[in-house]
Design a protein around this ligand. Structure first.
Ligand SMILES: C[S@@+](CC[C@H](N)C(=O)[O-])C[C@H]1O[C@@H](n2cnc3c(N)ncnc32)[C@H](O)[C@@H]1O
Length: 223
């Protein structure tokens, strides 16, 4: 694929995929979106219930969500076991040109590199509070072997990759969540909301990141 780097409005990079005419993040701000959707509305909500959190990310991509999660875990004293699935790992040249770490400490920059250098299919202890398992697979073929507290659903949009947002794939994720577990995404499409409800999730439409009205958070109830 002919991927290229693009600067978003908060100056952080995203990746443009011409074949889909789609970007990996919001053009209004990649870091801003990741912090709002996954850290604020996802991780912080899960951390209210427990401090040791099992996370699954759909679409590791640039590693931005994993890296921000690790930094948050360090500052909030959380213990994170992070699994990320990704069928199309990015080329090293693109990863090395991402600007996410430009204002970060040397330690945080090294951690970002370490996450990308970590072997696939092998759990790697990146820091004392964060272990990472990268799984080279599609969501469709992925067979969960553990239960999660939090799922970052960061697939391409429902209009671009509709199959990932269909009830069968969402049901697989519902089944591998612990009771009380949280599924979170940047998208807010009505059809996705209805699919989630039909599966049994309690669905919340929340304010989105700046310049986006809504996003979705779905909780697997204890019932
Ligand atoms: C919107 S991007 C987000 C990536 C990442 N979370 C980030 O912040 O860079 C979607 C990601 O899903 C991956 N992807 C594409 N098809 C997939 C599939 N069938 N199953 C799982 N992930 C897929 C893409 O390669 C891409 O990395």
């Amino acid at each position: 694929m002919n991927l290229s780097l693009l600067q978003t409005l908060d100056h952080s990079h995203t990746i443009y995929v011409p074949e889909l005419d789609e970007t990996y993040h919001s053009r209004n701000g990649a870091i801003q979106e990741a912090l709002h959707v996954y850290i604020q509305m996802g991780l912080m909500e899960a951390a209210q219930k427990k401090s040791s959190i099992q996370i699954l990310e759909i679409g590791f991509g640039t590693g931005l969500n994993a890296w921000l999660t690790l930094l948050e875990a360090q500052s909030k004293n959380l213990q994170i076991n992070y699994h990320a699935i990704e069928p199309f790992p990015l080329p090293e040249t693109l990863i090395n040109n991402l600007n996410y770490t430009q204002n970060a400490s040397a330690e945080a920059s090294a951690i970002f590199q370490q996450m990308h250098l970590a072997n696939w299919e092998q759990a790697v202890q990146i820091t004392p509070e964060f272990s990472l398992l990268k799984i080279k697979n599609t969501l469709e073929d992925f067979i969960p072997s553990t239960k999660y507290d939090l799922i970052y659903f960061d697939a391409f949009g429902p209009d671009k990759q509709p199959v990932l947002w269909q009830p069968d794939n969402l049901t697989k994720l519902y089944l591998c969540l612990n009771n009380g577990g949280i599924w979170v995404t940047y998208a807010s499409k009505g059809e996705v909301k209805r699919n989630l409800k039909q599966i049994g999730f309690d669905v919340q439409r929340l304010p989105g990141p700046p310049m986006k009205r809504h996003m979705l958070r779905a909780v697997k109830s204890y019932a």
